[in-house]
Design a protein around this ligand. Structure first.
Ligand code: SF4
Ligand code: SF4
Length: 95
């Protein structure tokens, strides 16, 4: 299954600052993330954000593209669940 970012709140781009400090806009979200959850430099996004390039360079001899996409899809789901849980906990603390 290929990754579909259409209905995602860009969870990956909201935590990138934890691993790439130079992209941190101050709250761990990326300096290139737009208000409508898009990447303003998508065509020239960094290597770490480009799963196609990462696959070709490091993983094409380990996984089929379908396996790679499935692994990334699972990672996105886990990140989404973790982040939504944190938002919920934050909301409970704030209310
Ligand atoms: S977390 Fe996954 S689905 Fe969401 S924007 Fe990032 S890559 Fe796309
Ligand atoms: S550069 Fe683009 S794809 Fe990468 S974290 Fe920032 S907004 Fe997301």
């Amino acid at each position: 299954m290929a990754i579909n970012c259409e209905n995602c709140k860009a969870y990956c781009c909201r935590v990138i600052g934890k691993i790439v400090p130079e992209l941190d806009r101050g709250d761990c979200a990326c300096i290139h993330l737009t208000e409508d959850n898009k990447c303003e430099i998508y065509e020239n996004r960094p290597f770490i954000c480009n799963t196609d390039r990462i696959y070709k360079k490091y993983f094409s001899n380990k996984y089929t593209i379908e396996q790679w996409n499935e692994l990334n899809h699972k990672a996105c789901e886990e990140l989404k669940n973790d982040e939504e849980q944190q938002y919920k906990e934050q909301g409970q603390k704030d209310s």
